[in-house]
Write a protein that binds this ligand. Structure first.
Ligand SMILES: NC(=O)c1ccc[n+]([C@@H]2O[C@H](COP(=O)([O-])OP(=O)(O)OC[C@H]3O[C@@H](n4cnc5c(N)ncnc54)[C@H](OP(=O)(O)O)[C@@H]3O)[C@@H](O)[C@H]2O)c1
Length: 341
């Protein structure tokens, strides 16, 4: 069965990533100018083959880095709109707004993609579900009881963060949600045991599980802030958590999936290997294979499995975590608990 053609929108995670993709060391000020002057363009075309179906995909890059989305929000919005038009001209019938392209699409919090005749997804449903499922599995592996645990969600009022909070509400003891500004802002209705904080380091230091979902141009906390034996799932692109190499915590990239076949775009998209993809891209691929951009949330996870996608497992940089990593964190948790007694 033929699915619908789709387009994935992405961008370099930072200037070093942009230089690595270009294969040069362009000085920063010049590189920023080059990115500013370059319109979105197609970087890869591919055929996605899954059990009982195929779909044609393209990858379009929006030449900006996350800092630029903050500094020139309307210039970046214009690029996202241009990329969507390009996707449509190339026959796409669904667009995925990956990484900061979704942030750029709503400057000052309001979506400005009205008027586009193309359905789009930010992929936050699957990204959040994959991140939360991975945290639950990691908790079991380090012997952490979920109902008594404290979870910090950095960027917890954002699209992915608030979905993670919703999925964990009532299943954990405490939820700390962070945001840059907390005055006159509230915890979303219906969340059980949730508090809002402006201090990412404080929230991370008190948590058994940290889910980092902030749209920030660089790390907000370091593994040095984590409790011994803590679990840290970093969903950010670029990452939210600087990894100092501590081996008594479990830290991994969150919200990733294994597609039914490796997808080699011919350049580094910021993942350990071509057998992995971002949860947002996976969501668009599943919708495209199903031929239904409006697939209800309840059917998404079943379609994900049926189409041969799987969770990514636990990746720390380029390395897949092993049972030893979980055992060390479990021992550190136990040691810290005994120290408290
Ligand atoms: N792993 C994956 O597959 C995947 C898929 C899609 C997206 N992503 C990444 O996930 C992240 C979140 O995406 P999103 O679509 O949920 O973005 P979003 O809706 O804009 O939410 C991000 C949240 O981060 C908060 N934030 C920004 N800076 C912060 C800081 N210094 N401290 C605390 N909170 C901060 C923002 O809140 P305030 O503005 O109120 O502070 C905002 O609510 C991005 O890094 C994106 O690139 C990953």
């Amino acid at each position: 069965l033929k699915g619908i053609p789709f387009a994935l929108l992405g961008h370099p995670a930072d200037l070093a990533h942009a230089n690595a993709v270009i294969g040069r060391r362009v000085p920063e000020p010049l590189l920023l100018k080059l990115l500013e002057w370059t319109p979105p363009f197609v970087m890869a075309e591919f055929e996605l083959a899954a059990p009982s179906g195929t779909a044609r995909g393209i990858y379009i890059t929006c030449p900006f880095v996350p800092e630029t989305v903050r500094e020139q929000p309307f210039g970046c919005l214009a690029k996202v709109r241009q990329a969507c038009r390009l996707a449509q001209q190339r026959g796409a019938r669904l667009v995925c707004l990956g990484g900061f392209t979704s942030v750029a699409a709503r400057p000052r919090g309001r979506s400005r993609l009205d008027g586009l005749c193309l359905p789009y997804t930010t992929g936050s449903r699957l990204t959040a579900a994959l991140a939360v499922d991975a945290c639950i599995e990691a908790a079991e592996l380090v012997g952490l009881s979920l109902p008594g645990s404290t979870v910090a969600i950095l960027g917890g009022l954002g699209e992915i963060g608030s979905r993670c909070a919703g999925l964990l509400s009532g299943r954990v003891a405490r939820l700390f949600l962070t945001a840059r500004r907390v005055q006159r802002r509230h915890v979303p209705e219906g969340l059980v045991g949730a508090r809002l904080l402006a201090d990412n380091e404080l929230a991370a230091a008190q948590a058994d599980i940290v889910i980092a979902t902030a749209a920030a141009p660089g790390p907000l906390v370091s593994t040095e802030h984590l409790r011994p034996g803590a679990i840290c799932c970093d969903v950010g692109y670029p990452v939210n958590v600087a990894d100092s190499g501590r081996d008594d915590v479990v830290i991994f990239r969150g919200g990733l999936a294994r597609p039914p076949q490796p997808l080699d775009f011919g350049f580094d998209i910021g993942l350990p290997h071509s057998g992995l993809t971002y949860g947002c891209f996976a969501e668009a691929m599943v919708l495209a294979l199903e031929g239904n951009p409006a697939l209800p949330a309840a059917e998404l996870e079943a379609a994900f499995r049926a189409r041969g996608f799987r969770p990514a497992g636990f990746w720390r940089g380029a390395r897949e975590l092993t049972s030893d990593d979980f055992a060390r964190a479990a021992a550190a948790r136990q040691g810290a608990r005994e120290g408290w007694l």
